[in-house]
Design a protein. Structure first.
Length: 666
DNA sequence: CGTCTCCAGGTTTTT
DNA sequence: CCTGGAGACG
């Protein structure tokens, strides 16, 4: 490739790149060129003649993995197909696809997301005789997650759910399904209990990179440690100030553990920030210095001071939306910032709506990532459920989802009967149903029996079709027509053009499958691989949209690792950030919320706009809200306070907190 | 027995 | 505003 590494990197970055052997810990502050270092490091390793397939780079989100592939492709000038750049979960799913039979599952396993998991728990809780609202299944599912990942143990309180937990896991196994936690837990178990499997992977992979190391969980760390224990060529990159996933078991103390496990590691600190202007960086530094529990580092920048941070207090979320839309237009015009360089960040997914509406009104193209992602929409999930049943008929959760969608007369009583048979034979619902087909006499009436046979035939017909011929998307289109899903939508959603909209989403799914099978990078496109893939894809839908001229709207969590010339931070209000639900417990939660705010601020290169409302609509009710206390932690001389439309002078702005509380008497 | 209609509730962040 | 549940019809 002939890259002049030395001149393209500063001396610290260069160190981080060229020390490619042995354990390396890179502590990289926000905007210090972390991703750049990883990209160049991979390029450097490749230049040393190491084959692509010996390199494994693990990131945290699909977005980050995609970003990384694109950038390495740009740098290398070619597509590196055998390079492994993946999330932990996607990696786990690949390993399981290959070796899950060792653990007694079949290779066509289903992956259950949160919704599937809850559906299963709901059934089991019902069966166990728990009254419908006597049990908070959402909380229970989180407890189970903690137990499974070893993040927590049974307590006097949680013990009551132990039976449910056992039932949950045995049913997963019966359905030949795994949940998200299993994607880490099971590969780890494979490695620990089947040394030959581990050896196989160790033989292939020699160089390891882990991005966002502060966000890895204990199990994920153990997983990578096993793989890399062999060569010790493990490079981890992290920043304790950007640890925002502790609720999911992330543990930045993995950094300490790393130091223990790999005693002769090299430590490299990247503290020069190339991203943000002086004022933005100063604000971020001041804010984060309020956290007690941190390693402490000084980020500095050589770039200009830049403009003040704009803080705008508006009446309600509607005004907030139009303020942001107007400012986007103004900045785009004045500073010639392309739309793709705008990031609008919010704490929760539900906050995107009002901003989206404003963008639509102002004709500003935008895209939202995360949230109710495409693949979780009801209509899309229905069709996916068909595919899942075709791939794995034992998947009861997805079976129940579609056995009577569209309506085919197989209602509650019939299902109860099938369930009864399934329990008796301890087999899946689909098997039980197939048994009914052949049984001479059964308690099921003729008409329903005909429907059952028709359903089974449909599934089997398409199963054979999906696996015998290559045209996946075309086959899916045939299936959708066959079950007359369109007719179902029309009947179900009579008002407005909801049905049409939903059908467009269904078509979107077909297109996604078409894109998948037409992608030349997919050497072996097949239904199993496609299903596994989309289950892990919560974020943005498809391919290379990165060139599109659109404003980016997303949560702070999904903005991690990204940067934008102009950042808008909306809904900076008490109870949103820090979020009410995080405040309940101890101070460490507050610190995490502060880190979240820190991550948000440090996404901005040049322009940072913060907005807060006086009142906000929550669940239909309008509520008075206060400014986030974190705003007080940013030095006032870095901020220009304004009202929507009326610019406010600096003296007026002196005490914006007081003014807020007095209401709108500005 | 299955379906339709009306009513309540809403889960922080992601894989 | 949208999804799921409960109870009324057909």
């Amino acid at each position: 490739m002939g890259i002049d590494f030395k001149n393209l990197l500063n001396s610290k970055q260069y160190d981080a790149v060229r020390n490619y052997e042995g354990p390396v810990l890179i502590l990289a502050g926000a905007g210090s060129g972390k991703t750049r270092v990883i990209i160049y490091r991979i390029a450097f390793i490749l230049e040393k003649g190491i084959p692509q397939k010996a390199i494994m780079a693990v990131t945290f989100t699909n977005k980050a993995a995609r970003e990384m592939s694109i950038r390495i492709r740009e740098l290398a000038g070619r597509h590196l197909r055998n390079l492994t750049i993946s999330t932990f979960h996607a990696l786990g799913s690949k390993i399981l696809r290959k070796s899950i039979h060792i653990l007694g599952y079949r290779p066509n396993f289903s992956i259950y997301d949160q919704q599937d998991k809850l559906a299963l728990l709901k059934d089991l809780a019902h069966e166990a005789g728990h009254k419908h609202d006597s049990i908070d299944l959402y909380a229970v599912s989180q407890i189970f997650s903690g137990i499974k990942t070893g993040h927590s143990t049974w307590t006097a309180f949680t013990e009551q759910y132990e039976d449910l937990y056992k039932a949950y896991n045995s049913h997963l196994k019966l359905y030949n399904a795994v949940d998200f936690d299993d994607l880490i837990v099971l590969p780890l178990r494979l490695f620990q209990e089947h040394k030959d499997v581990l050896a196989e992977y160790q033989k292939q992979f020699k160089y390891f990179l882990v991005d966002e190391f502060q966000d890895t969980s204990l199990l994920q760390y153990q997983f990578i440690k096993l793989l890399a224990g062999h060569t010790k060529n493990l490079c981890v990159v992290g920043d304790d100030d950007q640890s925002i996933y502790s609720w999911r078991g992330a543990n930045y103390e993995n950094i300490l553990q790393f130091e223990k496990d790999f005693p002769h590691f090299q430590e490299i600190k990247l503290e020069q920030n190339y991203r943000s202007t002086g004022k933005i960086l100063l604000a971020a530094n001041q804010l984060i210095s309020n956290n007690k529990n941190r390693k402490g580092k000084k980020l500095w920048t050589g770039t200009e001071d830049g403009e003040l941070i704009q803080f705008c207090i508006v009446e309600n979320e509607k005004e907030e939306g139009s303020y942001i839309a107007e400012q986007v237009k103004a900045i785009k015009l004045k500073h010639k910032v392309p739309l793709s360089q705008f990031g609008v960040l919010v704490r929760t997914n539900s906050l995107t709506r009002s901003i989206e509406e404003a963008f639509i009104t102002y004709h500003i193209p935008y895209k939202v990532s995360g949230g109710m992602s495409f693949f979780q929409r009801k209509e899309v999930k229905d069709i996916i459920a068909y595919l899942r049943i075709i791939a794995n008929p034992d998947d009861d959760v997805n079976f129940l989802r579609i056995v009577n969608v569209p309506k085919r007369g197989i209602g509650r009583k019939s299902i109860e009967y099938i369930t009864h048979i399934a329990t008796e034979k301890s087999c899946s619902l689909f098997s039980a149903m197939s048994a009914i087909r052949h049984a001479a006499d059964s308690e099921i009436n003729k008409k329903i029996k005909t429907e059952i046979i028709e359903f089974i035939n449909t599934i089997e017909y398409y199963k054979q079709k999906f696996f015998s011929r290559k045209k996946l998307a075309e086959t899916l289109r045939g299936l959708i027509d066959h079950i007359d899903y369109w007719g179902y939508l029309v009947q179900e959603y009579k008002k407005g053009n909801t049905a049409k909209w939903k059908y467009m989403n269904v078509e979107g799914l077909v297109n996604s499958l078409a894109d998948y099978e037409d992608d030349p990078d997919n050497l072996d496109p097949n239904l199993y691989a496609y299903l596994n893939r989309i289950t892990l894809l919560t974020q943005d839908d498809n391919q290379d949209e990165e060139n599109e001229e659109k404003v980016n709207l997303m949560t702070i969590h999904s903005a991690k690792g990204l940067e934008f010339t102009a950042v808008f931070l909306a809904g900076v209000e008490e109870s949103i950030i820090p979020h009410v639900r995080s405040m309940s417990e101890d101070e460490s939660n507050r610190e995490e919320e502060r880190r979240l705010f820190y991550v948000a601020i440090t996404r901005a290169k040049k322009h940072l706009y913060i907005t807060a409302c006086r009142q906000r609509r929550k669940k239909g009710k309008v509520e008075e809200v206060q400014i986030s206390p974190f705003m007080e932690e940013i030095p006032k001389d870095l901020i220009n306070v304004c009202e929507h439309e009326d610019e406010v002078t600096q003296e007026d702005a002196e005490d914006y907190f007081k003014k807020m509380r007095l209401g709108k008497g500005l």
